[in-house]
Every structure is written in C-alpha cells, then in structure tokens.
Design a protein around this ligand. Structure first.
Ligand code: FAD
Length: 266
C-alpha cells in the first residue's frame, strides 16, 4: 500500500560534478534513475530524436541509453507506444520495478494507467515541475529551418551550464559548429507558444499524487545561500512513504539539505 505523507522538501545536487554539469538542474534525474538501473530495473523517460526532431518516451534499461535522456527538452513530448511497451515489460518482468519520469500531466496519466492495470505498487512515479511545454510543431519547424541554414543538427541543448545554472546557453551543433537558438528560447521563456492546456494546468501545485516531484530550486542563493552551487540545484518534493524511501536510497549520491515550501519560490 502506498501512503501519502505531508510534502517534504529537500534541496540537492549530484556529488558527481561531470553528471551535474550535463543535467539541467541538480541532476535529480540521474541520481534517481541510477538507483533503478543499477538494480536491473527500468526507467521510462523522454528522449530527443535527431531524425524527426521530436521528443518521445522510451523504456530504458541501462545507463548508456539513459544518458540520452539527460537535459530538458523545451517542447511537448509524445507518449508514442510507451503505455503498451511498459505494460508488456511489467508483465514479462514480474519481479522488477519501473521508474516513470515526466511532466506533471504525463505522470498523472501514467499513474492512473498503472493503477488501472494493477501495477502501481511496482511503478515509482516522479513528475517534473513545468511552467508549460511549447508546441512540438513549432520546434520541428524551427529545427528544420536551422538545418537548411547550417546543416544536420547533431547535438541540442537548451540548458548548457558553461556560464552557470542561472545563465544557461541554448544551442545546436549543426554542420560541425555551435549555433545559438536564443530566439526560440525567448519565445519559450516568454510563454507565448505553450499548449493551451498549460495555461490552466491543474498540476501546478505542491500537493501532487506522484511519489516525488523534481525541478530547479530557484532562488536558493537567497533562501539557503550557504548551500547554493552555481552549477545547478534541484528541488525534491516528496509526497509518499516510498518517495521517502527512494530519497533515502539516493542520498548517498547527493549533497542535500532539508528545506521547506517557504524557501523554494516557484
Ligand atoms: C518544458 C519544460 C519546462 C520546465 N519548467 C520548469 C519550471 O518552470 N520550473 C522548474 O523548477 N523546472 C522546470 N523544468 C524542469 C527542469 O528544467 C529540469 O528538467 C528538471 O529539474 C530535471 O532536471 P535534472 O537535473 O534532475 O535532470 P535532467 O537530466 O536535466 O532532466 C532529464 C529528465 O527530464 C525529462 N524531460 C526533459 N524534457 C522533457 C519533456 N519535454 N517532456 C517530458 N520529460 C522531459 C527526461 O525524461 C528526464 O527524465 C522544466 C522542464 C521542461 C522540459
């Protein structure tokens, strides 16, 4: 049985600096997914496809594949066939556990699916704080027009931290060179191109039905200044007893600090 608890808040980041630098926030995703993959379990998460310039959910069973999912993709991701794939995997691996990581709306859909199919006890659900996802068509058209100008896109990042977590750079590597994509992220941050449903999101709250919520710990430099790291900071909001157990397991990979909802200004 899964028991809801009063939401607990932690600030944290990966001890491993190389993985922290590659992650968009404090690397909560790597820490959590390592826990499952290192045990022979699986992770469902969103991966960018450089052929069709779309982000789609995949079921992943090793760190190499998982690394392709690191980093925020600023577009709405597609579920694809993930429900069927996850169901088959859970049926074929009755002793194993699954971690789902996705946006609030996607995580709630997956939670309901897992409950309906009777798998919820074996599925850990982590949702990501989100102020909205832009239309996937907008990004596809933008990427295709960039490819016409510069050549094939071979790498994409929306949150490169070379100038720090608070001043991320967004660029594509195309034709062997880096090209900034500032105009696209400006539209994203200005919230002009989000899906209509995002403006009325019911998941934009600290009380959620997932096991855990992760995101950026914005304003940490003001609220917990002695714990701020310019290379990235994650927030962990814990909602269930097994979310607590999961956090206990990942602690070893993290620098962390107990916090509260007053310190995290979202
Ligand atoms: C569109 C969008 C808006 C966001 N807005 C906010 C915000 O307002 N405030 C805030 O605190 N944080 C926001 N975030 C979350 C933040 O940017 C990081 O994604 C999150 O903190 C996880 O970072 P990490 O360092 O733990 O792991 P990372 O390695 O950076 O994140 C990887 C994880 O993010 C998932 N992911 C990335 N892009 C998508 C996508 N398009 N759809 C579904 N899953 C995706 C991957 O599946 C993987 O599980 C947003 C993220 C996205 C994608």
């Amino acid at each position: 049985m899964i028991t809801e608890v009063k939401t607990k808040v932690y600030a944290g980041r990966l001890k491993d600096r190389a993985s922290l630098l590659r992650s968009s926030s404090g690397g909560a995703f790597v820490a959590l997914s390592d826990c499952f993959l290192d045990n022979g379990d699986a992770v469902v998460c969103a991966v960018y496809n450089y052929e069709d310039h779309a982000t789609e959910f995949q079921l992943i069973e090793n760190r190499e594949e998982r690394d392709k999912s690191i980093g925020s993709k600023y577009m709405q991701s597609k579920p694809g066939k993930i429900y069927k794939i996850a169901e088959d995997w859970l049926i074929n691996h009755p002793e194993k556990r699954l971690l789902f990581v996705g946006m609030g709306c996607q995580a709630d859909g997956f939670r309901k699916f897992a409950e309906m199919k009777g798998f919820r006890e074996r599925v850990w659900i982590v949702d990501i704080i989100c102020h909205g996802s832009p239309s996937p068509r907008l990004w596809k058209e933008y990427a295709e027009s960039a490819e016409k100008k510069y050549g094939k896109i071979t790498y994409l990042t929306f949150k490169d931290k070379r100038n720090g977590w608070k001043a991320p750079a967004a660029y594509v590597t195309a034709g062997g060179q880096e090209h900034l994509i500032k105009d696209y992220v400006k539209v994203f941050y200005n919230q002009c191109a989000l899906r209509l449903s995002c403006y009325e999101c019911p998941y934009a709250t600290t009380e959620r039905k997932t096991d855990m919520t992760i995101g950026d710990f914005w304003h940490i430099e003001e609220t917990i200044p002695d714990f701020y790291d310019e290379k990235g900071n994650s927030i962990f909001l814990i909602h269930t007893d097994r979310g607590e157990q999961l956090f206990e397991t990942v602690k070893v990979k993290l620098e962390y600090r107990l916090s509260d909802t007053k310190q995290c200004w979202q």
